[in-house]
Design a protein around this ligand. Structure first.
Ligand code: GDP
Length: 139
């Protein structure tokens, strides 16, 4: 059965470009409830840990550098079928391939600087949420 929690980050490109409000509005309109949220910044070490699963990929260094280059908004979101519905809302990894109206189609600039993160499984949603938030910060 699909879980009801996903984890997202508004990435440094979208924060720098002033898209926090617009992206949160899309998330709200799509029916997600905010369980936890904060403006924060990842150190290179923390970004490396978060994306450790991509360590062998050729873009790992670039990804870690980008994700630690500026502030992010981290959030846990709740909705029925949260992981899949959020991936639909954000669109394909490469904004050129993202469906019209999706967050990445609207606000991403490139495959690397693609505006938002969305968990790819229920299991990872739990791991990623607890990477950023203590239980006492989740409501
Ligand atoms: P996602 O699940 O759609 O975020 O995509 P992946 O799990 O495949 O990749 C994780 C993140 O790595 C993406 O969101 C991008 O920020 C970054 N990324 C993926 N592919 C590339 C690439 O070819 N080049 C660069 N620079 N970054 C990439």
């Amino acid at each position: 059965m699909a879980g009801n929690i996903t984890f997202t980050m508004i990435k440094p490109d979208a924060v720098k470009n002033g898209h926090i409000g617009a992206i949160l509005a899309k998330i709200n309109e799509a029916g997600f409830r905010i369980v936890a949220m904060k403006l924060t910044k990842l150190s290179p070490q923390k970004a490396g840990e978060f994306y450790a699963v991509h360590k062998e990929r050729p873009f790992y260094g670039e990804l870690v550098e980008f994700m630690s280059s500026g502030s992010i908004v981290a959030a846990i979101l709740e909705k029925e079928n949260a992981v899949e519905d959020f991936r639909t809302l954000i669109g394909a990894t490469n904004p050129k391939e993202a469906a019209p109206g999706t967050i990445r189609a609207l606000y991403a600039t490139s495959i690397g600087e693609n505006a938002v993160h969305g968990s790819d499984s229920d299991e990872n949603a739990k791991i990623e949420g607890s990477f950023h938030f203590a239980v006492t910060e989740q409501f």
